[in-house]
Design a protein around this ligand. Structure first.
Ligand code: T5A
Length: 218
């Protein structure tokens, strides 16, 4: 891995599937290999993006954000992140590990909320241009299990569920189905990983899959 030019890697999956945990472990492993890695997240990763995150997750504006505005705000946060952080890092030859990216919008806003898939993908193209991940790990966990994990974590940390966690079960099932539809459409980019295994087994599997993807793409 050490002689590789910077790659763009993303983590996707439902709430509580372990994206943050695995993004951190992969970052540490790449760094241990001597690589410079930028780890970031969506929505967020820039001052503008973190502000947008507050508006979306915690209703910071004090009013209900309509679904159209929500879709555009996720995309706005992404455009800022790509311009300010991801593209410059890749141009410097660094690696980028991002917790969620445009597949989240496809899964949540197109499959979950029912926005037209082609329109959503046109917005992705406008927001990110050619900055597309080389490899995406989809952490696969049943909706019921991921929601249990989030409830456990909220209880441990005494935090309230955010507005996405409060969505109906049917919404989360549509998101789950959307992610798997995406994985079938992009088998060369999206690798599905069993997220119910112990944390370090998943990290080892991700490492193997990443090596495989990079070998195939040359
Ligand atoms: N959204 C986002 C959209 O609707 N459209 C978009 O375009 C975008 C970008 C963002 C919300 O916004 C929505 C999706 C989301 O609803 P978020 O904070 O990024 O919110 O999303 P979450 O997925 O909710 O992030 P979390 O940090 O809550 O979940 P993670 O990162 O998947 O999971 P993680 O690593 O924090 O782990 C969760 C808990 O599980 C444990 C951890 O220790 C932790 O307690 N855990 C495991 N337990 C057992 N076995 C394992 N293998 C475990 N791995 C982790």
């Amino acid at each position: 891995m050490a002689d590789r030019q910077g790659q763009f890697i993303t983590f996707e999956g439902p709430e509580g599937s372990g994206k943050t945990t695995q993004a951190l472990l992969l970052t540490e492993r790449l760094q241990a290999d001597g690589l410079t890695v930028v780890r970031t997240r969506e929505p967020g990763g820039t001052a503008t993006g973190e502000y947008i995150r507050e508006i979306l997750q915690h209703g910071r504006s004090g009013e209900t954000v309509c679904a159209e505005a929500e879709l555009l705000l996720f995309s706005a946060s992404r455009a800022q992140l790509v311009t300010q952080v991801i593209r410059p890092a890749l141009e410097r030859g660094e690696w980028v590990v991002c917790d969620r990216f445009f597949d989240s919008t496809t899964a949540y806003q197109a499959y979950g909320q029912g926005f037209d898939l082609d329109k959503v993908e046109n917005i992705h193209q406008f927001a990110v241009g050619s900055t597309v991940p080389q490899c995406t790990f989809l952490l696969d966990i049943a909706v019921s299990e991921s929601l249990c994990r989030m409830q456990r974590r909220n209880a441990e940390q005494q935090t309230a569920p955010d507005r996405f966690e409060r969505e109906a079960l049917a919404f989360h099932e549509s998101v789950y189905a959307g992610y798997h539809a995406l994985a079938r459409r992009h088998p060369e980019r999206i690798r599905v990983v069993d997220a119910t295994r112990p944390i370090h087994d998943i990290a080892d599997r991700i490492w193997e899959e990443l090596n495989d993807v990079l070998t195939r793409t040359g």
